[in-house]
Write a protein that binds this ligand. Structure first.
Ligand SMILES: *Cc1c(COP(=O)(O)O)cnc(C)c1O
Length: 367
């Protein structure tokens, strides 16, 4: 039987193999293994690509988020115990960053159609302790609109974008005060290991993040903060740069695949994701359909029996994780229903359009 893998990273990276080998050779023979020109080159590319004044390479997407919050604390603009609004249906990292920075995550249901934070959801959760919001551009779709933007401005809130899944989507990295990028291997621009970045137009924040990520040091042997070691590995920076020129076309290929799924899936039991008016504001990190009537697991097993691998992003929401017992009383009806209905279908560039058409045929035969 033919197999349709969910994601095969060796195949995804195969087109860049020569460029990556060359990049790795360059780093190995350079003698420079921390910081240096490879990291700077990636930071310069990020500024130009995203359109921010500053970019700081860091170790992971989680650390990028945490360092933004720690950076605002170091500048006196956020404090321990501040409330930070985070969508309830995100990956646990978005919430962990807030906890680790000593602040209080306040989990909010997303809008049922976009599966992203809405101005309405955020405004209901506001208290006088709310100081920041983390819009998560989930599945690659921009979580930002005029209502959210006006709310942030009117209430003087700091917007920290979790852009881990959405590099390349229109406005991502620029709509908030600062944004966290992840180069985790499965992301739209994936390294061959961990990597992340902070992008912002705020010079003070960029300087604070850069120092905090390097033991709190602003110059050699001079520590202005009790910092961390969260630097970006130059080898990963060089490997990411070897792929970066193809990011836009990779995102175009994802859009093409998403469009085909939406056009071909024709089964009343399967709901395709809503599509934003402006196509450019979605980069389809995941293509997530919904299956109601408690039949999601049956649908997944049916697909697997027909060779189609799927995944669930995310099977257990942060507030139901054992590490977050403090949220055991929290009830998020939209998130909880969604978690039982969602299925992520294969959407990487190595899922050919012909394979997607075949997957849709299989989906349409589910009864
Ligand atoms: C992947 C991801 C992160 C964390 O990024 P890492 O680089 O794995 O630390 C944070 N938030 C979201 C939404 C993610 O998908």
């Amino acid at each position: 039987m033919k197999k349709y893998p969910f994601l095969d990273l060796a195949t995804v990276n195969a087109p860049y193999m020569d460029a990556m080998r060359e990049a790795a050779d360059r780093v190995i023979s350079s003698g420079r293994y921390i910081g240096g020109p490879e990291v700077t080159a990636l930071e310069d590319w990020l500024c130009a690509y995203i359109g921010t004044r500053y970019a700081v390479g860091v170790s992971t997407g989680l650390d990028a988020l945490r360092l933004i919050l720690e950076g605002y604390k170091a500048l006196g603009r956020l404090s321990d115990g501040d409330e930070v609004i985070v969508p309830g249906n995100t990956y646990v990292a978005s919430v962990l960053a807030v906890s680790q920075a000593g602040m209080r995550p306040v989990l909010v249901d997303p809008d049922n159609a976009t599966m992203n934070l809405s101005g309405e959801g955020v405004s209901k959760a506001l208290t006088e302790k709310t100081k920041a919001v983390v819009p998560v551009h989930l599945y690659g779709r921009v979580a930002w609109d005029d209502e959210l933007s006006a709310l942030m401005r009117d209430c003087g809130l700091i917007a920290v974008e979790d852009a881990a899944q959405a590099i390349g989507a229109k406005g991502v990295g620029r709509v908030g005060n600062a944004a966290a990028i992840s180069f985790y291997p499965t992301k739209n621009l994936g390294a061959l290991g961990d990597g992340g970045a902070v992008v912002t137009d705020d010079r003070e924040l960029a300087d604070a993040v850069r120092a905090l990520a390097n033991y709190g040091s602003d110059r050699r042997y001079h520590n202005i903060y009790k910092g961390f070691n969260c630097r970006l590995d130059p080898l990963q920076a060089a490997l990411i740069m070897a792929k970066s020129c193809d990011l836009d076309s990779a995102n175009v290929r994802r859009r093409e695949r998403a469009r085909l799924y939406t056009r071909l899936i024709d089964n009343s039991l399967i709901k395709t994701p809503t599509v934003p008016e402006d196509e450019q504001s979605h980069v389809w990190h995941q293509y997530v359909v919904r299956v109601g009537d408690g039949r999601r697991d049956e649908f997944r097993n049916y697909l697997l029996d027909n060779g189609v691998e799927t995944d669930i992003h995310y099977a257990v929401p942060p507030h139901r994780q054992p590490c977050y017992k403090e949220f055991s009383e929290v009830f998020l009806p939209v998130t909880e229903r969604m978690v039982g209905e969602i299925v992520s279908l294969p959407i990487s560039d190595c899922t050919s359009l012909a394979d997607i058409a075949e997957i849709c045929d299989i989906i349409n035969r589910f009864r």
